[in-house]
Design a binder for this molecule. Structure first.
Ligand SMILES: [Zn+2]
Length: 257
């Protein structure tokens, strides 16, 4: 499976998953139809599926138009979306498996940002290869999504599950928020050398107009304060050593950063 990253709107990323020989594609969170259509045309692909992570407009904006142009495509989203995903045809539960070409994705139910958010995890196809996680607005490079519909406890549980994926897992999150996230992270852990180094590298990418996505889980574990509730420095800033409270406090601080 190949993955193409398509920038959309102000700071969204749409991901096109495709099998070059079979000429088949699926798209994760089409914010808009047009850039997806351009990429399909450029690569000569037929769209067979939409994988939506959650119902926010900047993740489903292209659903209706794409469905109109590809009537046979299957629209996957979480079982708890309850009519919020245009043209949804499959209602997914935690642990469900989806086959796309020769690969199988595992569905992870990850509430917190919304009450019905899911992620798609593709385990490594071969040993030594990384898996790929499409996590929408749950985990970002250097940050995490706002808690809109869920609770801090739900967000904590969702992020904790992601912490336990293999360290080399590629993190395909849906927004280019990385620099702002890392600036915030430095206010929490100013002495974190991994974080300082990362900011420099990501700044260079952005100066060259390159995406900072995908990230890698290992790097997130070293630099993302929303995965580091067990670190004394982060606990000190949050004023608690209770993991859920640390996450809730850091998230509240970021909301007003
Ligand atoms: Zn969202």
């Amino acid at each position: 499976m190949e993955i193409a990253l398509i920038p959309a709107l102000a700071d969204n990323y749409i991901f096109l998953l495709y099998e070059p020989e079979q000429k088949i594609a699926a798209v994760v969170d089409p914010a808009q139809a047009e850039p997806v259509l351009e990429k399909l045309h450029e690569l000569g692909l037929n769209l067979v599926a939409i994988f939506n992570t959650h119902h926010h407009g900047d993740h489903i904006g292209g659903n209706t138009k794409l469905k109109k142009l590809f009537p046979n495509l299957v629209v996957y989203a979480g079982a708890k979306e309850e009519g919020r995903i245009p043209n949804q045809s499959v209602y997914l539960e935690d642990g469900d498996l989806i086959r796309f070409c020769d690969v199988v994705a595992q569905v992870m139910f990850l509430p917190g940002h919304t009450r019905s958010h899911i992620a798609y995890y593709f385990p490594p196809e071969k040993p030594q290869q990384p898996g790929n996680l499409f996590c929408g607005d749950v985990l970002f490079a250097g940050g995490c999504g706002r808690i809109f519909e869920g609770t801090a406890a739900q967000m904590f549980e969702s992020l904790d599950r992601l912490r336990h994926l293999p360290g080399d897992t590629k993190i395909w999150c849906a927004h280019e928020y990385t620099l702002k996230n890392l600036h915030f992270a430095l206010t929490i852990e100013p002495g974190n050398l991994h974080l300082q180094n990362r900011l420099k590298l990501e700044e260079i990418k952005r100066m060259q107009d390159q995406p900072t996505i995908p990230s890698v889980l290992e790097l997130e574990l070293q630099t993302n304060p929303f995965l580091r509730w067990d670190q004394p420095t982060v606990q000190h800033v949050a004023g608690s050593d209770v993991p859920v409270k640390v996450l809730a406090k850091i998230r509240a601080m970021k909301d007003s950063f």
